[in-house]
Design a protein around this ligand. Structure first.
Ligand code: SAM
Ligand code: SF4
Length: 390
C-alpha cells in the first residue's frame, strides 16, 4: 500500500479567468508565514488519522500543489516538511516529491534549493505558447517565461510535467497543432492536456471550438503524443515510459492520501468507523479554514471533525469511486481487485453495467478486467454516470 501527502498552497500572482481551484491573489490572503503556521497546526492536530497509534508513517509521494507553491519562500517549504517529520511522517528514501511551478516563478537558485530538499519532479503550468490566448485567460506569464522555465528543467535533465490547456475561446486546430509541436520539441517526460472546462454563462464559455473541432483536438493530442512515444496511462495524463506520476496514480488506485491546507481532500482506507473508509476535507474559504484550524483540538479520527467535513463511506460510494478511478487508468478496472474488495451483489451490479457498456463499444475486456475504449474516453463522464451506484 502506498501513502501520499498533498499540501495546498493557495497563492497566485493573479487569478486566471477559468480557474475555480481554492486559490487567492497573493495580496488578498494572509502572509505566507501565517499560512505556513496554520498548515503546521493542522499537521499536528490531525497526525493521528494516518498514524493510528504507530510512531511513524512513510510518505511515498509528497505533492506541493496550488495555486502557485513556487511563490513560497524555501524556508516555508522546509518548515512544512520538518513539521511532517516531527509528527512522524517521514519522506521515504525513494519517494516522489513534486513541486508545481508557474512559468517565471523559479530561477536557477530556487531550483537548486528544491533539488537539495529532495524534490525530484516538477509540474509546469505552461498551458499554451500563444500569447494572445495566455492574455485572454488572464495568465500572468509570457511565452518567453514558459520557455525559460522549461529550458531550466531540461538543462538539469529533470523529471517534469507540462500542463497543456486547450479548447480556449477562438483557439483553432492549427494553433493547437503549433502548441503540440512546440511542447514536443522540448521533450517533456510527462504531458497533462486539460480541456478548458467552464460553467455555462462564464465569460470564457463563448466562441469556443465547436463540437466537431473539439473532437479533432482530442484526436490531434492523442496522435501527436502517442507517435512521439508518450503513453496515455490515464485519461488526462501522458508519459514517457517510467515517468508516470506516482502521486496521481495513487488517487486512481484506491490508496490513502492526506490533503493538508485550504480545500484539500483526504481518503483514509483503514477506518474503525467504516469498513469502506472515510473521506475528509477542509473548507475552501481562507477565513473559515483559519477559524476552523485555530479552534480545533487534537483529534484521533476524522469522525471527530464537524459533520460537514467528513463522511464515513458506504459500500455503494466506495464501489462508485473504485469504478470511476480505476477506469481512468489505461490498465483499467481489475476484476480480481473488485472481487477482493466488494460483496457479491456489488460485483453483479458492476458486471451488468460493464456488459452493457461493452455492447455499446464504450469499454472493452482485457486479460484482467475492462478499460475504456477511445469512444468511452471521449464521453467518460457519461460512462461514469452508468457506473454510479446509489
Ligand atoms: C490548479 S492548476 C495549478 C498549477 C499552476 N497554478 C498553474 O496554473 O500553472 C493545475 C492545472 O489545472 C488547470 N485548470 C485549472 N482550471 C481549469 C479549468 N477550468 N479547465 C481546465 N483546466 C483547468 C490549469 O490550467 C493548471 O494547469
Ligand atoms: S495560476 Fe493556476 S491555480 Fe492560480 S489561478 Fe491560474 S490556474 Fe488557478
Amino acid at each position: 500500500m502506498s501513502f501520499g501527502v498533498y499540501v495546498h498552497i493557495p497563492y497566485c500572482i493573479q487569478r486566471c479567468t477559468y480557474c475555480d481551484f481554492a486559490t487567492y491573489e497573493q495580496t488578498k490572503i494572509l502572509p505566507p508565514t501565517d499560512y505556513t503556521q496554520l498548515l503546521i497546526k493542522e499537521i499536528n492536530l490531525k497526525k493521528q488519522f494516518f498514524l493510528q497509534g504507530k510512531e511513524s508513517q512513510f510518505i511515498d509521494t509528497l505533492y506541493f500543489g496550488g495555486g502557485t507553491p513556487s511563490l513560497f519562500a524555501i524556508k516555508n517549504i522546509v518548515q512544512i516538511i520538518n513539521a511532517l517529520a516531527s509528527a512522524g511522517y517521514l519522506v521515504s528514501p525513494d519517494a516522489e516529491l513534486t513541486m508545481e511551478i508557474n512559468p517565471g516563478t523559479v530561477d536557477e537558485n530556487k531550483l537548486n534549493e528544491y533539488l537539495k530538499l529532495g524534490f525530484n519532479r516538477f509540474s509546469v503550468g505552461a498551458q499554451t505558447f500563444n500569447s494572445a490566448h495566455l492574455k485572454r485567460v488572464h495568465r500572468e506569464h509570457s511565452v518567453d517565461d514558459t520557455r525559460k522555465s522549461l529550458g531550466l528543467l531540461k538543462k538539469y535533465n529533470l523529471n517534469y510535467n507540462f500542463d497543456l490547456l486547450f479548447g480556449m475561446p477562438y483557439q483553432t486546430i492549427a494553433e493547437l497543432d503549433h502548441d503540440l509541436s512546440q511542447a514536443l520539441a522540448i521533450e517533456p517526460p510527462h504531458v497533462s492536456p486539460y480541456y478548458l472546462t467552464v460553467p455555462e454563462g462564464h465569460p470564457l464559455s463563448k466562441n469556443r471550438p465547436i463540437e466537431d473541432e473539439q473532437m479533432v483536438m482530442f484526436e490531434r493530442i492523442e496522435s501527436a503524443l502517442s507517435s512521439a512515444g508518450y503513453h496515455r496511462y490515464e485519461i488526462s495524463n501522458y508519459a514517457r515510459p517510467g515517468f508516470e506520476s506516482k502521486h496521481n496514480y495513487l488517487y486512481w488506485s484506491d490508496q490513502e492520501y492526506w490533503g493538508i491546507g485550504l480545500g484539500s481532500h483526504s481518503y483514509l482506507k483503514r477506518s474503525t468507523h467504516s469498513a469502506w473508509g472515510q473521506r475528509f476535507w477542509n473548507p475552501n474559504n481562507i477565513k473559515i479554514y483559519q477559524q476552523e484550524i485555530e479552534a480545533l483540538k487534537a483529534l484521533h479520527s476524522p469522525a471527530e471533525l464537524a459533520d460537514i467535513y467528513f463522511e464515513n463511506l458506504k459500500e455503494n460510494q466506495s464501489l462508485t469511486d473504485f469504478c470511476h478511478t480505476s477506469l481512468r487508468r489505461a490498465k483499467g478496472l481489475i476484476l480480481s481487485d473488485l472481487k477482493n474488495k466488494f460483496s457479491t451483489s456489488s460485483i453483479e451490479k458492476v458486471d451488468a453495467q460493464l456488459n452493457q457498456l461493452s455492447q455499446r463499444g464504450l469499454v472493452q475486456a482485457t486479460d484482467h478486467g475492462y478499460t475504456l475504449t477511445s469512444q468511452g474516453k471521449l464521453i467518460s463522464n457519461w460512462v461514469f454516470e452508468k457506473l454510479t451506484f446509489t
